[in-house]
Design a protein around this ligand. Structure first.
Ligand code: NI
Length: 168
């Protein structure tokens, strides 16, 4: 296992579309393990493979539910098969530091995917977990929270990043 570098906006690799995993083999399992280590080190509650520069449809999400035995969910090739209701919170992202954007999402979703063992799973979720899963799946299409921000907010954020980079 290794902690990988998390790419940050405006790295162009974050806007690329990922493709499906053909088989959950040892190489994929090793990527998943690195993602888990990287997410908890950050720390964050979700991570998409795109964020460590791997263009594969893999996301991991921590439900933050302390009563659960394993709050970690690994989704390979996730597809949302059902969505209903509406929910929005101020979302942050490890790849877009120091920015919060309120985003309209579905309140409840059903997701089909493969787990870390390569077994097909169907997950019904609501609350923070549903939002986190939708956020991570966005990454697989190259969509970031900045893309939901207003033109003004996005430009202001870009200016701030550039200033910070100049100071380095
Ligand atoms: Ni994110």
């Amino acid at each position: 296992m290794a902690i990988r570098e998390i790419l940050t906006y405006p790295d162009p690799r974050l806007t690329k579309k990922s493709s499906d995993v053909a088989c959950v083999n040892d190489a994929i399992k090793s990527i998943i393990n690195d993602m888990i280590e990287t997410m908890y080190d950050a720390p964050g509650i979700g991570l998409a493979a795109t964020q460590i520069g791997i263009l594969k449809n893999i996301v991991i999400v921590d439900s933050c539910d302390k009563d659960e035995d394993s709050p970690l969910t690994v989704l390979v090739n996730p597809k949302i098969t059902h969505a209903q209701g509406e929910a929005s919170i101020e979302e942050g992202c490890l790849s877009v530091p120091n920015l919060l954007v309120k985003i309209k999402r579905a309140a409840e979703i059903v997701v089909r995917a493969f787990n870390a063992d390569g077994d097909e799973v169907e997950l019904q979720c609501g609350g923070l977990l549903a939002i986190a899963v939708q956020h991570e799946i966005d990454h697989l299409s190259g969509i970031l929270i900045v893309d939901y921000a207003s033109y003004l907010k996005r430009n202001l954020y870009l200016k701030k990043i550039k200033k910070r980079e100049l100071k380095k």
